[in-house]
Write a new protein. Structure first.
Length: 229
């Protein structure tokens, strides 16, 4: 049996922190809350001390806000993944949070199963974006000299990238496309190299920013069709 996912909760409202802890404790075999922080500065200190797997980070907090706390943890090389959980979905906040290094962006109107899914996904390095946050990213698309930012990708790499953008793991991508996990990893590495991105989180964000979302498969081909490798 795998160890529970260790979670740090950062929110300036005690009732929110306690509510999240209660929800996660209902599944103590899968999640373990290791601490609570009331502001961004405390979140950074506790994350560095406790080494959680996931930080559930509010955006608007005193002293240091969630974006700056996320940036500090990333700059310090912290291994934890950060999921923003906030009431705000302005496009600039979404953009800045992801640029600071957040793995996910959720709004507080989600139901508990969505929260659990996002924590699990983040623990595996996969991105989860609230639909409103995803829509803002799509709206941020800007006209580029090259009308296709994916011009260097093969059709199969496009298939893989689309599934990365929709939160699928390598194993799930392999099952969808009838590929081995090793082959999928090879495609992921090629995609990152061609797009000059650091990791699959950045690849997911890049794909969504450029309109490669769930509604857009590779033109003319179903996602699971046999194609060019």
């Amino acid at each position: 049996m795998s160890s529970p996912i260790r979670v740090l909760i950062a929110d300036d409202h005690e009732i929110v922190r306690e509510g999240l802890q209660l929800l996660l404790s209902e599944h103590s075999e899968e999640f373990r809350v290791v601490g609570q922080a009331a502001d961004g500065a405390e979140a950074v200190r506790m994350a560095e001390a406790l080494q959680p797997d996931i930080v559930l980070m509010d955006l608007v907090m005193p002293q240091v806000d969630g974006i700056e706390a996320t940036r500090r943890l990333r700059n310090a090389g912290a291994s934890c993944r950060i999921v923003i959980l906030t009431s705000f979905a302005e496009d600039v906040r979404v953009r800045d949070a992801l640029r600071a290094g957040a793995t996910g962006y959720l709004l507080k109107d989600i139901v508990k199963d969505q929260l659990f899914h996002a924590v699990r996904a983040a623990a595996e390095g996969r991105t989860t974006l609230h639909p409103v946050a995803q829509q803002y990213l799509v709206q941020q698309m800007t006209a580029a000299a090259d009308p296709s930012p994916f011009a260097d990708l093969t059709e199969r790499e496009m298939d893989v990238l689309r599934l990365i953008a929709t939160g699928h793991s390598n194993k799930e991508i392999g099952a969808r496309l009838s590929l081995t996990v090793g082959t999928v990893k090879g495609y992921v590495s090629a995609i990152l190299a061609k797009l000059e991105l650091a990791d699959r989180t950045q690849a997911a964000v890049f794909a969504l920013q450029h309109g490669l979302g769930p509604e857009r498969a590779v033109p003319g081909r179903p996602v699971n069709a046999a194609g060019r490798h």
